[in-house]
Ligand binder design. Structure first.
Ligand code: ZN
Length: 374
């Protein structure tokens, strides 16, 4: 698989279409298209022509893209490659090859909003040089004549909105990088992420009160982004320093590859396990997940063999691998990995369920330590 194909296969779910800009694949998330259609829909019927509405939306889109390229160039300055840019309705998301350290994050996060400020200033300067300053209330009514003014205003809004000190906005990254000067990075992320969730709740309420559909839409995305990042940071914080073996399940049952689906089904009912390592003699040959078992029961019936239903391409982990490194593979709900030593001997099973139990216990232990320090 070429590196290009590897990047493609890891592309964000739900993205459509890709263009390469500055060597970075730029993808459109499908919800962005929904937003474009929606904007076009509410834009038509006003005082501006369809063509100008399209031009306005295109201008805003280009502004968001330039904002992301601002991040890309700033990251490149620190030797961080951007693996992809995904365009979501609340803006773009640049995925860096590695997370920037606090010192690098501040200028990288600032670069995007500064691009919008620059665009706003240039457009405002152009307008002012041609016709003098315009009254703000004229901008409230979109016409074909005030396109440049509205784009300038749009960029000013993008600048201000992105500087809100709440993750996943750039302002949240700036807040995190400043906090991280005084505390561990993951704790700083969790603070910025919970600020993001509170901001999203306020925006959602405001959207509800004013009946503003777009505000509610944006609030939802901010909330999800903040929640995801907060959960990841929580995972990293509480797994730091622990190996995979600390969270794995060691008391488990296996199935023989020659056993039937009926046998495996009985094990599913009589144990609390969902996923079963499949063994042949002393070697591990596959993994039978609950979903695969049910599918086999449906397709082949109870007399089918485990060997035909098992997954041969399962996730393998080493017991001494840092748990933090295993997080991305194991944190999706229902994920399951087999923990094996160098000789292929099966030592345990690590599931997303076990991982969240481990995190709960670690979090409780830490809280207990804060309340009753030893
Ligand atoms: Zn940004």
């Amino acid at each position: 698989m070429s590196s290009e194909e590897k990047v493609r296969s890891r592309a964000a779910a739900g993205s459509v279409g890709t263009v390469q800009i500055l060597g970075v694949p730029v993808r459109l998330h499908f919800t962005f298209i929904l937003l474009l259609v929606f904007l076009l829909f509410i834009g038509i019927g006003g005082k501006q022509s369809g063509a100008m509405t399209a031009l306005y939306i295109l201008g805003l889109f280009a502004s968001v893209l330039l904002h992301e390229l601002g991040h890309t160039l700033a990251a490149r300055h620190y030797g961080i490659r951007t693996t992809e840019i995904v365009m979501y309705p609340i803006g773009g998301v640049s995925r860096p090859e590695r997370p920037p350290v606090a010192r690098e994050e501040l200028p990288i996060a600032l670069a995007g909003p500064l691009v919008n400020l620059l665009i706003a200033c240039v457009l405002a300067g152009l307008v002012a040089s041609q016709q003098g300053f315009v009254a703000l209330e004229r901008l409230m009514e979109p016409t074909d004549a005030n396109l440049a003014e509205r784009l300038a205003l749009g960029n000013l809004m993008l600048f201000l909105f992105n500087l809100l000190p709440a993750y996943p906005m750039d302002g949240g990254r700036i807040l995190r990088s400043l906090l991280a000067l005084r505390m561990p990075q993951d704790r700083a992320t969790r603070i910025a992420a919970s600020a993001g969730q509170w901001l999203a709740i306020l925006m959602g309420l405001a959207g509800l009160l004013w009946g503003n559909f777009i505000l509610m839409f944006v609030a939802l995305f901010v909330y999800l982004g903040a929640f995801q990042e907060g959960a990841l940071a929580r995972g990293r914080q509480f797994t730091a320093g622990y190996p995979v073996r600390a969270a794995m399940m060691t008391d488990f049952r296996t199935v023989e590859h020659g056993q039937t689906i009926r046998d495996a089904g009985n094990l599913l009912l009589t144990t609390s396990q969902h996923d079963f390592p499949v063994v042949h003699g002393t070697s591990v040959v596959g993994l039978l997940t609950r979903a695969a078992l049910v599918r086999a029961m449906l397709n082949e019936g109870p007399d089918g063999y485990v060997a035909g239903a098992m997954d041969r391409d399962f996730i393998k982990l080493k017991p001494d691998t840092p748990l933090t490194e295993a997080l991305p593979q194991i944190s999706t709900p229902g994920a399951c990995a087999l923990v094996m030593d160098d000789d292929g001997k099966l030592l345990g099973i690590l599931t997303s369920e076990k991982l969240s139990e481990f995190l709960l216990l670690r979090q409780a232990a830490e809280a207990q330590h804060r309340i009753h320090p030893a």
